[in-house]
Design a protein around this ligand. Structure first.
Ligand SMILES: Nc1nc2c(c(=O)[nH]1)N[C@H]1C(S)=C(S)[C@@H](COP(=O)(O)OP(=O)(O)OC[C@H]3O[C@@H](n4cnc5c(N)ncnc54)[C@H](O)[C@@H]3O)O[C@H]1N2
Ligand code: MOO
Ligand SMILES: [Mg+2]
Length: 420
């Protein structure tokens, strides 16, 4: 068999995990940049975040009321209130100036520092304020006894100085932003978004704005993949469609490789006469990593390293392109951005419908989940053929059905990975 025929027909199949391992081997960490806090949402942290002070860093009142010594109000009740002298008023953002001694209290607001000497705060609703007209001699009647510590968050009650808070590689959402703001990170160190060039191949492809022509279809994969790239935290560059001319493909890929972190192609990886990526892999100067993966769809998915950059060649069928991106490109991008778990967590779900097409390779089905009484049920999002595009929008996960067997029954336990 000559080398081109071997590439087309004599392919060596490897598992999804083996294929990923080969990709990770050549994965380079993304560069790091500082962005303003408010622009960091959705980005991936490039450093571990530790608490640089206690939270709260003062004893904090949790209510509006009176700071007291609990031993002064042991017998307080509506019938037998304790009468205390009010010696200070403590708005939030100020610092108390006096110590609470026997028989004393301070009016205090939610979030204000509790004065020394006080060990509890009584809610305003449990008190009656008594003030003379000149407001010089203020007293308060406390109508409830509260225990020491009531309505006070101690120093470091929420977070202690030095606590590990957010791990490098975490995606920044609302909760992470709140932590970063609390600790004074007006700028955040994040991984640069991996830049991903996307090429669709095929002389049948029209631009989106073009009128339909006999035998031709509009290029939808480039836009779908760009959406997946952006959703995975990358920056997509949609490149001009490549014809089925191998010289054209080689020139276009060689030109872009130095400028991006990853190149994705769609189409041209099967056994057809015009499957140009196969031609390219037959004579290029890069290293082919794999060209057949034990999976359906997307069995002919291929990858190479060329000029130090990874090139992932996805099957052209829309379903196979979508799945190939989720299985390989997304984890690769997450790994570039420091993720400790680039593949994401598998969840267990129950098949909502039988699936009676056994497969020689593990099957990755675009699935739709529903929750019923705390149980996740999942079904194929539509007809599960790799040429079918329309159901991708209804998929919120990939269902993995292991190879072999005689099909699956409703209620069988399956593993799913979220895609939305
Ligand atoms: N004799 C065989 N034929 C095929 C086999 C096989 O094993 N033996 N495998 C089939 C499988 S499975 C797949 S998947 C496809 C893989 O095809 P390619 O990756 O070579 O992709 P193309 O031939 O270029 O296109 C396939 C299909 O997808 C449409 N397409 C391509 N690009 C786009 C795009 N950007 N937007 C929308 N649609 C696109 C294209 O028009 C074709 O219909 O091969 C099978 N054949
Ligand atoms: O394996 Mo093909 O790649 O979609 O079904
Ligand atoms: Mg083809």
């Amino acid at each position: 068999m000559n080398s081109e025929l071997k590439l087309r027909f004599g392919r060596q199949v490897i598992s999804v995990d083996e294929a990923r391992a080969k990709l990770y081997e050549y994965c380079q960490p993304a560069k790091v940049e500082a962005v303003p806090l408010e622009r960091s949402i959705g980005r991936t942290l490039a450093v571990d975040i530790y608490a640089n002070h206690n939270v709260p860093h003062f004893r904090r009142s949790g209510v509006d009321g009176y700071a007291v010594r609990s031993k002064d109000i042991l017998t307080a009740s509506p019938e037998t209130p304790a009468l205390l002298q009010v010696i200070e008023r403590i708005p939030s953002g100020t610092v108390p100036t006096r110590t609470i001694g026997a028989g004393m209290a301070a009016r205090i607001m939610t979030g204000a520092p509790v004065p020394d000497g006080a060990d509890a705060v009584v809610m305003l609703e449990m008190t009656d304020s008594l003030q003379d007209e000149a407001q010089t001699n203020a007293h308060v009647r406390i109508k409830k006894n509260v225990q020491a510590g009531s309505n006070i968050t101690p120093i470091a009650g929420e977070i202690a100085h030095g606590d590990a808070l957010i791990a490098k590689g975490s995606q920044i959402g609302a909760g992470e932003i709140a932590i970063l703001a609390t600790f004074g990170f007006s700028e955040v160190s994040v991984f640069c978004k991996p830049t991903v060039a996307i090429f669709s191949t095929g002389s049948e492809l029209l631009q989106v704005e073009q009128r339909l022509q006999p035998g031709k279809i509009r290029n939808s994969n480039s836009y779908m993949l760009a959406a997946q790239v952006e959703a995975a935290g990358g920056s997509a560059q949609i490149m001009p469609v490549l014809s089925d001319d191998p010289r054209h493909v080689q020139a276009a890929l060689e030109a872009i490789l130095p400028d991006v972190d990853l190149v994705l192609t769609s189409g041209g990886v099967s056994v057809g006469d015009y499957d140009v990526l196969v031609d390219l892999f037959g004579h290029f100067e890069g290293k082919l990593l794999f060209n057949k993966v034990a999976m359906r769809p997307g069995t002919p998915t291929s990858a190479a390293v060329w000029k130090g950059k990874l090139l992932l060649a996805l099957s052209g069928n829309p379903g196979a392109s979508f799945v190939g991106f989720e299985l390989f490109a997304k984890p690769l991008m997450k790994a570039m951005m420091g993720s400790q778990q680039p593949v994401g967590e598998a969840h267990t779900a129950f098949l909502d419908v039988p699936y009676d097409k056994p497969s020689a390779y593990p099957r990755y089905i675009r699935g739709t989940t529903r929750l019923e009484a705390g149980t996740v049920w999942v079904r194929p999002a539509g007809i599960d053929k790799s040429s079918i595009m329309v159901s991708i929008k209804d998929a919120d996960c990939l269902i993995c059905l292991p190879a072999g067997g005689s099909g699956y029954a409703r209620g069988d336990r399956v593993q799913v990975w979220a895609t939305k």
